[in-house]
Design a protein around this ligand. Structure first.
Ligand code: SF4
Length: 415
């Protein structure tokens, strides 16, 4: 993929109902998407009519080409659409051309204060810069970056974090004296300041992020920005969301509520975990909201006194096997045959435990009765077969099917 493989297409669009104070999302599912001007990051379109994309960030030093390329490959396997890498040293900049060449995903280079490094990244062929022009003191250097980005068709993400606002002392408990709304206003004002610098240079190939670690502040900032009349796409995420479980919950609430309101064009979940885990959580958020067909969905009963099998290790094994599956598919694991198959009826495939034995079923139809010891093995084997098929389809550039094609499971034709 070439840098700047096409400049962003600017399509005039009407103001969104969401931006104009339209219907509340709970009145009937998700609110209409806030219209935005599409921005192109290599082959990935963000905003406009494009599906909400998933991104993550490498955690290796960028100087480590092998480690970085390998981490990008794992993020791609997990379903990332694009990836950010830090470009914080001269050496990192020198490694970028090889990383861009070998990356399976379009690259966003993260630049902080160093204008020469931004130019190095542009020359390296990255597909987007994350850069706040107000952080670069010399206006002529900002003008040079904007001119070069414009010529190469490289958009700029302006990223405002609550923790980086001037007067951080007012951010007690992450919210500030004035609460989420007041901090949100300061974040939006900071973003608009950066936007004005680029607009004054006639550069509008922009997307914006407003991130806080506090969910309510995050919601306030993004809602306020979405209510403005500009149409720049929004990148959603919570900063410093935390370890996997609590971070995933915070992100699901903070990102999910905004998506349900029609706000947001690309998302990044930030966890103290591997990039591929961030991608899996992000895709789960999208799948939950049915924002796009976004991979597997595992349903499992909570268990109760009727439980007849050792559920937890089974669920853990099925979850691990699903990590390799990319298509949209619903898999269920139920604790007993009394309610299992019925409650898992809508699943594409699943198992339900019995006394020392259980059943493998597909969309409510029993395929086989198996001893308990073989039950999860049968389901895992099926998921591994599907994962392999998904890998081959993606490698061939072919679309993934949804669910399990007719007759594919256990040799039993579909009903
Ligand atoms: S499927 Fe069976 S074990 Fe699981 S919660 Fe329902 S009744 Fe209980």
């Amino acid at each position: 993929m070439e840098a700047g493989a096409g400049a962003a297409v600017r399509v005039p669009l009407p103001l969104a109902p969401a931006a104009a104070g339209g219907p509340h999302p709970t009145a009937g599912g998700r609110a209409p998407r806030r219209p935005t001007v599409p921005v192109r990051v290599g082959p990935v379109v963000i905003g406009g009519a494009a599906p909400v994309s998933v991104q993550t960030m490498t955690k290796t030093p960028t100087e480590d080409v092998e480690g970085t390329v390998e981490q990008i490959a794992r993020a791609a396997d997990a379903g990332a659409d694009l990836i950010r890498v830090t470009c914080d040293t001269r050496e990192a900049g020198e490694r970028l051309p090889e990383i861009v060449r070998r990356s399976r995903l379009p690259i966003v280079a993260d630049i902080h204060y160093d204008a020469p490094l931004a130019l190095v990244a542009i020359d390296a062929g990255v597909h987007c810069l994350r850069l706040n022009p107000g952080n670069i003191r010399q206006t002529e250097k900002v003008a040079e970056i904007a001119r070069r980005c414009g010529a190469a068709g490289i958009p700029i993400r302006i990223g405002v974090n609550a923790g980086s606002l001037p007067d951080r002392g007012r951010l007690a408990r992450g919210r500030g004296d004035g609460g989420p709304e007041e901090v949100g206003e300061r974040m939006v004002a900071a973003a608009l300041g950066h936007i004005r610098i680029l607009e004054a240079l006639d550069f509008r190939d922009i997307k914006v992020s407003l991130k806080a670690s506090d969910v309510l502040t995050n919601l306030a900032a993004n809602r306020q920005f979405a209510a403005l009349r500009n149409r720049y796409p929004l990148h959603l995420g919570l900063t410093e969301a935390g370890p996997t479980r609590s971070g995933a919950i915070k992100s699901a609430v903070g990102i999910g509520l905004l998506l349900a309101e029609g706000i947001g064009d690309t998302i990044r979940v930030s966890l103290v975990d591997e990039p591929e885990e961030e991608v899996r959580v992000a895709r789960q958020i999208l799948a939950t909201l049915e924002t796009r067909p976004s991979g597997p969905n595992l349903i499992a009963c909570p268990t109760c006194g009727r439980l007849e099998i050792d559920m937890r290790p089974m669920v853990a094994r099925v979850e691990a096997a699903l990590a390799g599956v990319r298509r949209s598919i619903t898999v269920s694991v139920m604790g007993c045959v009394v309610n299992g198959p019925g409650e898992g009826m809508h699943a594409d495939i699943g198992i339900a435990g019995g006394r020392q034995k259980g059943i493998l079923y597909r969309r409510g139809q029993v395929l086989r009765t198996l001893p308990e010891a073989e039950l999860v093995d049968a389901l895992v084997a099926e998921l591994q077969r599907i994962a392999q098929e998904d890998r081959e389809l993606l490698a061939a550039g072919r679309p993934l099917p949804e669910g399990i094609p007719q007759g594919a499971a256990d040799g039993v034709p579909d009903r």
